[in-house]
Design a protein. Structure first.
Length: 233
């Protein structure tokens, strides 16, 4: 049973969504502000967190920033209906997905399940001993799906589930272009729609993390209007 942390200052959302998730078989912990959630997470992390952005004491952005200092746990943001800035900023800070308020609870459940499936696939539960489960070496890059471990020039790089899947998809075939649609299929469930901005934000975040290991990292090339390509260095 996966444990989901739901963090929102709207008690109606906490009550209704937690009831829905529990009915779907999840274990749910609820918090009405970011600081309370962080205090609990410092003791024990859930399997996934669903965070509202605008909350008292500590908002969702600050909480995500603190979380990303120590964990790649999957995170879904709940964003305002028309606030695209929050969506883009959240993704660039390391959120895996976002759902706009007001939202269908069924949609949120689908997004949660899709993200957990992606996490299981990276961990090897879905690929078993197939080729995707083997350590992949591409020049300075090493990726171990079973350990969710990435190194560049021997330096560890901590990636979220989404970032790992995108890098894996690009590096599997160096020199070949992956369109944004193809990358969406890799990183998201077939029934989950995301726009180009979402993929671009994840790629920017991925590049930033790789450049912490090597300021000269340039293996991921943008082909404007087409997609992205991994060039083996």
């Amino acid at each position: 049973m996966s444990k989901i942390a739901l963090v929102d200052d709207d008690r109606n959302i906490l009550t209704s969504v937690s009831m829905t998730l529990e009915a779907e078989g999840f274990e749910v912990e609820t918090y009405n502000d970011g600081q309370a959630a962080l205090d609990a997470f410092n003791k024990k992390l859930p399997d996934m967190a669903v965070l509202d952005i605008k909350m008292p004491r500590m908002d969702g952005m600050d909480l995500l920033q603190r979380l990303r200092q120590k964990t790649t746990m999957p995170v879904i943001f709940l964003t305002s209906k028309d606030d695209e800035i929050d969506e883009v900023l959240g993704l660039r800070m390391g959120a895996d997905d976002y759902v706009k308020k007001p939202f269908s609870q069924r949609l949120l459940v689908e997004r949660i399940r899709a993200l957990l499936r992606r996490q299981d696939a990276v961990a090897g539960d879905a690929v078993g001993e197939g080729p995707e489960a083997k350590v992949m070496e591409r020049g300075f890059l090493s990726m171990d799906p079973l350990r969710h471990a990435v190194t560049w020039k021997g330096n560890d790089v901590s990636l979220t589930v989404t970032e790992f899947l995108l890098l894996q998809a690009l590096a599997q075939r160096p020199g070949f272009v992956k369109s944004r649609d193809q990358l969406m299929d890799v990183a998201y469930d077939d029934q989950v729609y995301v726009d180009d901005r979402t993929i671009d934000s994840h790629i920017k975040r991925l590049r930033k993390k790789m450049r912490t290991a090597d300021p000269d990292f340039s293996a991921i090339e943008t082909l404007y209007g087409i997609g992205y390509r991994y060039n083996e260095e």
